[in-house]
Design a protein around this ligand. Structure first.
Ligand code: AMP
Length: 219
């Protein structure tokens, strides 16, 4: 299975990608996670990306395209993958298609998860990340917890700079302007399906699985 999870920041792509990755045994490739990791490790890439990410802007196409080329060509992706957060511009979508040609990949499909903008702002502003393992939680999930349920780190929850309200608004604007045209690119080629992202994690997952079944992408 080769899937591109597409949708506004905060729509739940990462959460759904993690579930699919576990149940389908294919890697979850998130350019946001790769970049945040580089920022944490203070690599050259991380230094370049940090400022851009904190402003809610997009990292230059050539940088993220380079990252994705390396990852998709690696052995871990040979049986499939779930892309999360890439492509985010038409230039990235075109570069991805060239890479698919090179790797003889013909079955990649884009899954568009939709949600209401007010709901998204509420969700993003109300989520916390663990600064040790990067896991994301809603405030209710970690209420009264002092340790991360994933990695057990103590007092490690924080509000990501890019989840602050003014940055969220900027990210949503960038999404409308730069990223939405990617959906038209895939729709025009009949390579996109849509599911409604409203509901619990399990409900959205069920919708996702039944849509993928229609496309015979999961058994
Ligand atoms: P995400 O976790 O996917 O929302 O990504 C967090 C941030 O990383 C974004 O706001 C961008 O600054 C950067 N980023 C992630 N993926 C891409 C991409 N495909 N193109 C450009 N910037 C990206």
């Amino acid at each position: 299975m080769r899937i591109i999870l597409f949708g506004s920041p905060g729509v739940g792509k990462g959460t759904q990608a993690k579930i699919l990755s576990e149940t389908q045994h294919i890697p979850h490739i998130s350019t946001g996670d790769i970049l945040r990791n580089a920022v944490k490790e203070k690599t050259e890439l991380g230094m370049k990306a940090a400022e851009i990410m904190n402003k809610g802007e997009l990292v230059p196409d050539n940088i993220v395209i380079g990252i994705i080329k390396e990852v998709l060509k690696s052995e871990q992706c040979s049986n499939g993958f779930i892309l999360d957060g890439f492509p985010r511009t038409v230039v990235q979508a075109e570069a991805l298609d060239s890479l698919f040609d090179e790797l003889n990949i013909r079955d990649a499909i884009l899954v568009h998860i939709t949600a209401d903008e007010n709901e998204i702002i509420k969700r993003l502003n109300g989520r916390r990340a663990c600064k040790v393992c990067g896991a994301i939680f809603s405030l209710t999930e970690i209420e009264n917890l002092s340790r991360c349920p994933k990695c057990n780190a103590e007092n490690s929850f924080y509000l990501r700079d890019d989840d602050k309200e003014e940055v969220i608004r900027k990210r949503l604007m960038v999404y409308q302007t730069n990223t939405m045209p990617v959906l038209d690119y895939y729709s025009a080629q009949n390579r996109a399906i849509t599911i409604n992202g409203l509901g619990t994690v399990e409900e959205v997952n069920q919708k996702l699985i039944s849509k993928l079944k229609e496309k015979i992408l999961v058994a």
